[in-house]
Design a protein around this ligand. Structure first.
Ligand code: 5GP
Length: 195
């Protein structure tokens, strides 16, 4: 795959399923710092409720938060998106609601990756009637896969249509702990999806 860099020799457990590194640790660090500066500038000292979408967002959010020079509160939601291994079908439910009040707040939704857009569009629709303002920040955007339009205010990286793992993103709960974003070999999820 031309857009990938070679995998480091460690960790060895993942080398068979991964095609290569799409975004290195250094690229991610630099972009997350720049996103934090941009968000800080835009909110200009307004207080914000940062709402992370679990579980994939935890690594990105932990890094981003430390680049926000703003009064902010932190909360999380857990969503369940239905569908098959390949994509969500738009049926979404809220498994964990925000614990903090949303009414009248400026909410910054932070998401790991936007693919078809169905999950995020559902969450934004759910938040809008309650919140004063809703903005969205995602680390990765796959625009070529979009089915439901959704406004993204802050995007870390636009990426091509590959299934990616690492930096919080999983495949069957594995690989979240990789410090970089890697491309999963298609035969890996095609085999599992066909079972
Ligand atoms: P959407 O509703 O936008 O199709 O789905 C978004 C969700 O699908 C993400 O929050 C993530 O859980 C999952 N997803 C979509 N593409 C990828 C990918 O390339 N890698 C991983 N690990 N998850 C993905």
């Amino acid at each position: 795959m031309s857009s990938c860099q070679p995998l480091p020799n460690r960790p060895r457990y993942c080398l068979r399923q991964l095609e290569g590194v799409l975004l290195t640790q250094e690229q991610i660090e630099a972009r997350v710092a720049a996103l934090g500066e941009e968000i800080t500038r835009d909110y200009a000292d307004r207080s914000v409720t940062v709402l992370g979408v679990l579980n994939g967002v935890v690594v990105f959010l932990a890094d981003l938060l430390r680049h926000l020079d703003l009064p902010c509160r932190l909360d999380f939601v857990t969503l369940c998106s239905y569908g098959d291994c390949a994509e969500s079908n738009g049926e979404v439910s809220l498994v964990k609601e925000p614990a903090l009040p949303i009414a009248g707040e400026c909410v910054l939704v932070v998401e790991d990756i936007v693919d078809t857009g169905r999950t995020l569009a559902w969450l934004v629709e759910w938040l809008r009637p309650q919140a004063e303002e809703v903005r969205v920040c995602c680390l990765l955007d796959k625009p070529s896969r979009r089915v439901t339009p959704v406004g993204l205010d802050y995007v870390g990286f636009e990426i091509p249509d590959h299934f990616v793992v690492g930096y919080g993103l999983d495949f069957a709960q594995a690989y979240r702990n990789l410090p970089y974003v890697a491309v999963l070999k298609p035969e890996t999820y095609q085999v599992v999806g066909g079972e």
